[in-house]
Design a protein around this ligand. Structure first.
Ligand code: ATP
Ligand code: MG
Length: 256
């Protein structure tokens, strides 16, 4: 397979693995010999409720890596600039190195989760148009909701960045909604992160069922991390099924 030997000799194109820059809840970020690029490694860790609940989930790293790579490709076709350069191995993506904007953009098509609780709404109600919300990335504060004005006043983003991220998140969301719809899945909501590189903004981080809600059409069955949050089913098996819908079979997760 094209990635065989990767661990022993780097990516095979001179890209040696370097210093571990960051260990997150579900990914690790490594430097590469190119200072403008990082290697994003997807791990089998699953966390919820700001890591108060955690588990190791078989194949999750490979599945999320493959799903993310496929979805970045899709949104790239829709004209959204993103950080993915190419997939290096079953768990590793070579990405442009960015400085992450400290706010997450959540786009919602259907009422669910904290949006339902906050406004006393019934989960599953389709919104008349996509709703964009901002959350301040702070584990210490449990990623609180933040308004546009506070976000600008506190210097988390420039006005042009706010406008750019809003449009790019909506374009991304629309492209992913259409793709999942063709596969019999409703994209309910999703979280997007952007990063700065040389004065431009790129869609970054991950596009996975860890950061979105995906419900099977017809049954309404969740195919995302809510399965883990609420102990609804086996997460590994659920992610495998989602992967098969998107990429056509378990072998596409990396050869196992
Ligand atoms: N291209 C990139 N360059 C630099 N950092 C990135 C890039 N893409 C994603 N990141 C950051 O790397 C980290 C990925 O790890 P992970 O998602 O596991 O973190 P996390 O524990 O969820 O923390 P966070 O709350 O910051 O997302 C995140 O902080 C993410 O913002
Ligand atoms: Mg994260």
């Amino acid at each position: 397979m094209w990635w065989t030997g990767y661990a022993a000799r780097g990516s095979g194109d001179g890209m040696e693995l370097n210093e571990l820059l960051y260990t997150g809840k579900s990914k690790q970020i490594f430097a590469t010999e190119d200072p403008a690029r990082v290697l994003v490694r997807f791990t089998d860790e699953a966390t919820a409720f700001n890591a108060r609940k955690r588990a190791k989930v078989a194949d999750k790293g490979r599945i999320n890596c493959a799903i993310s790579a496929r979805l970045f490709e899709e949104v790239g076709r829709a004209g959204v600039r993103h950080h993915l350069v190419r997939q290096l191995s079953p768990t590793d993506l070579l990405c442009e190195r960015v400085e992450i904007v400290p706010v997450e953009v959540v786009v919602r098509s259907v009422v669910a989760g904290s949006f339902a609780r906050r406004y006393g709404l019934t989960e599953g109600t389709r919104l008349p148009r996509p709703v964009v919300e901002w959350f301040y990335k702070s584990d210490a504060l449990d990623d609180p909701l933040i308004g546009d004005d506070a976000l600008l006043a506190l210097g988390f983003a420039e006005p042009w960045e706010l406008a750019f991220m809003t449009q790019a998140a909506l374009t991304t969301h629309r492209a992913l909604e259409q793709l999942w719809d063709r596969l019999g899945v409703d994209l309910i909501d999703a979280k997007y992160e952007f990063g700065r590189q040389e004065g431009r903004l790129l869609l970054a981080d991950e596009l996975t069922p860890d950061g979105s809600r995906l419900w099977e059409q017809g049954s309404g069955r969740p195919l995302d991390k809510d399965v883990f949050r609420k102990d609804l089913a086996d997460l590994s098996e659920t992610y495998r099924q989602l992967h098969a819908r998107l990429l056509g079979g378990p072998q596409a997760a990396g050869g196992a």
